[in-house]
Write a protein that binds this ligand. Sequence first.
Ligand code: SF4
Length: 424
Amino acid sequence: MTLSVNERIQLTPKDSCNSELAAGPWAFDAMPGYGPGSSEADPVPEPTAHPGQLPVAYQQMEQDELHRRIRAAKAALGDELVILGHFYQRDEVVQYADFLGDSFQLAKAALTRPEAQSIVFCGVHFMAETADILSRDDQQVILPNLAAGCSMADMADEDSVEAAWEEICEVYGVDPQNVQPDAEGKLPVLPVTYMNSSAALKAFCGRHGGIVCTSSNAETVLEWAFERAHRVLFFPDQHLGRNTAKAMGVPLEQMPMWNPRRPLGGNTEQALVEAKVLLWHGFCSVHRRFTVAQIEQARTEHPGCKVIVHPECPMPVVDAADAAGSTDAIRKYVAASSPGDVIAVGTEINLVNRLAAEYPDRTIFCLDPVICPCSTMYRIHPGYLAWVLDELVAGRAPNQITVSADVAEPARVALDRMLAAVPK
Ligand code: SF4
């Protein structure tokens, strides 16, 4: 039987990949890492560690009281408030969202509510940063739990990327602060960052002729980049970069990995010269759990079933699946299926369970039999939502995410380039 993470506010020890998830998220807010769950082994770089906190009264409150408070505060704040809920967020939280979507859909959705003074983002840190960059100056963006980071985003910190850029530019014989096109009119290298990255890295791309991509438009963005440069430095997710470039025909030998802990990223100068895509050594702890063996097992147990996975999954998994696509593409794939179809999905459990509930006339299940939610999304518990909404009603703005103008401006340049890049 598939256990739902949405039937309870906290997981029970026997359901999940880590029994410690049965505690409330506040039990790990003060921990140095990401807490128990899929991301627990990933180091949190010092500059991006965001300790969270929840007043004790909210930690101890009955569930009914938390939900009563959320409803009351929402009613009191009316149009001054917009709540955004990510697809990977638990149902106890997204039931209050005015918009449900992926990170970029949500940042754009907030723009359709200009009367909202407060944007409460039930997602993770980089998403709230993007919403702040795209929103008006007089709007405030609130992240209910500051400890809700993203282990993948944190795998590429600004200092490591700056250091890599200097090394790479030295190999190509260009000034890292002023990379100019060659006689062919192309840059030697151009940075591309996945949406799942800090505002500082989006700004880095904006300053160096680069661009942001999402999992929906990565191919379009790479086409844009290859029109302007001989090669790209793609961060933080190696899998999205590799899967996308491979589908475009780039040979694997021309996609060296850049390991920030090794000189030249662990490559020879020759490999860097011949490269088309330099892949940062980053990954999503949730999506890397999916395996080819799980796909084989699904096909054995459900002959004729279809398998769709997210492009943050490792390349062999994407190659073995029937289809791969962003969260939005997965939703559309399921919507286009027929009653009676069986679909195994390789993405975060909350989205899979929601799809299964939306389409009860077909069998939809997660490829991974162990429940392992995104452990940082999991940190947005209704207790945190109730607390920040009560604070807003009282005229205070807790956990505000503010991107300084010197970062927001170049980051917006990279985001605008992405918006202007259209598929051929
Ligand atoms: S699912 Fe992966 S990429 Fe998305 S927020 Fe969680 S750790 Fe980050």
